[in-house]
Design a protein around this ligand. Structure first.
Ligand SMILES: [Zn+2]
Length: 88
């Protein structure tokens, strides 16, 4: 599921995806129509279209979920942490 931004909706209506670098019409890289390529060499995923330079978008996708817990790097369980605090 994805929420289309204004530029994506506009592009779907007009059938034209405009390159953010040079302003030319971009084309799909292949039949899957998930990547847009431009003759200037710029290419982006369809999901990224209209989102380039959007800080919210950058943050959303730079937050890699690799399972590492920043607050608990040692992998201690909640009980272990509490046990140490109570042992006074
Ligand atoms: Zn271009």
């Amino acid at each position: 599921m994805s929420i289309f931004n204004e530029k994506q909706i506009e592009a779907m209506r007009s059938g034209k995806y405009i390159c953010s670098k040079c302003g030319r019409v971009m084309e799909f890289e292949d039949e899957w129509e998930d990547t847009l390529v431009c003759s200037c060499g710029h290419n982006i995923g369809l999901d990224e279209y209209g989102c380039e330079g959007d800080e919210k978008y950058e943050n959303l996708y730079s937050d890699e979920n690799d399972g590492w817990d920043e607050d608990n790097p040692e992998g201690e369980t909640y009980d272990e942490v509490c046990g140490e605090l109570e042992d006074d």
